[in-house]
Design a protein around this ligand. Structure first.
Ligand SMILES: NC(=O)c1ccc[n+]([C@@H]2O[C@H](COP(=O)([O-])OP(=O)(O)OC[C@H]3O[C@@H](n4cnc5c(N)ncnc54)[C@H](OP(=O)(O)O)[C@@H]3O)[C@@H](O)[C@H]2O)c1
Length: 238
């Protein structure tokens, strides 16, 4: 039987977010997609619709709280519910602390910390009313350790993990599950790279679908199983 749950995925225009959306849609889920690149979102939505699925492209900058409110409202207006929220949109750059300017500091905090907060704030009342829901926060192994030249990025992913723990405590009485996914290095467009599996790093790094597979596993748990955190390290850590 097709899976008719309703999901909203941020950062769906590329990489991990796109892979999650495609996995969800292949199961039959109805999916809302948000990110800034509207052309990419429309292309993905058309691919899903071409296969008989349902998708809603909701372009916007997640640093704007109105975008979260609008995305959640649009999904609920279209499909009457919201079962799954994946906070995936994220940015990061590597730089020594004395080379990070205020704009970069603010951008990473607003995208990786404020935006997930905005989306959970918008989704919580809907999920509470339903007495069910699954939130998945895409963090990073940088949210478990400190990394030279990545202090801001690590701070944002630790902060997201802190919110994940707090939301777990706060929302489980309402039947809402919250999980943190912490991948290691993934071949994607992250940090201005290319999602290109012919690069030498692809021989050892994770693929975007490795992460999407984990997210699918989380959302497919039985009613009594509540995954707290999954860390995906690359096999070769030499
Ligand atoms: N790649 C890795 O090695 C790695 C490892 C661990 C964790 N992660 C995490 O995985 C998540 C996804 O990254 P990825 O690897 O798939 O990289 P990616 O291909 O660059 O994807 C990032 C996504 O976030 C969206 N985004 C960024 N800023 C945004 C904004 N202001 N408003 C709306 N959307 C925004 C981008 O869309 P637009 O540009 O179209 O807005 C894009 O869809 C991030 O949270 C990242 O921290 C990545």
């Amino acid at each position: 039987m097709a899976d008719d749950r309703v999901a909203l995925v941020t950062g769906a225009s590329s990489g991990i977010g796109r892979a999650i959306v495609l996995r969800f849609a292949a199961k039959g889920m109805r999916v809302g997609l948000t990110a800034r690149r509207e052309d990419r979102l429309r292309e993905i939505a058309e691919t899903i619709e071409g296969k008989g699925g349902e998708a809603l492209a909701l372009p916007g900058d997640v640093r704007d709280p109105a975008v979260a409110d609008h995305a959640v409202r649009s999904v609920v207006e279209a499909w009457d519910r919201l079962d799954i929220l994946v906070n995936n949109a994220g940015v990061g750059t590597r730089a020594p602390v004395d080379e990070i300017d205020d704009g970069e500091l603010r951008c990473q905090l607003e995208t990786n910390v404020f935006a997930p907060f905005y989306f959970v704030r918008a989704a919580a009342p809907i999920m509470k009313k339903q007495k069910s829901g699954q939130i998945v926060n895409i963090g990073s192994v940088a949210g478990l350790v400190g990394i030279a030249n990545s202090s801001v990025y690590a701070a944002t992913k630790w902060a997201l993990r802190g919110m994940n723990e707090s939301w777990r405590d706060e929302l489980y009485p309402h039947g809402i599950k919250v999980a943190y996914v912490a991948p290691g290095y993934v071949i994607s467009e992250f940090g201005g790279r290319k999602e290109d599996l012919s690069v030498p790093d692809a021989e050892w790094a994770l693929t975007v679908d490795d992460v999407a597979h984990v997210v699918e596993t989380i959302v497919d748990q039985g009613p009594n199983s509540d995954i707290r955190e999954i860390v995906l390290q690359v096999l070769d850590r030499s």
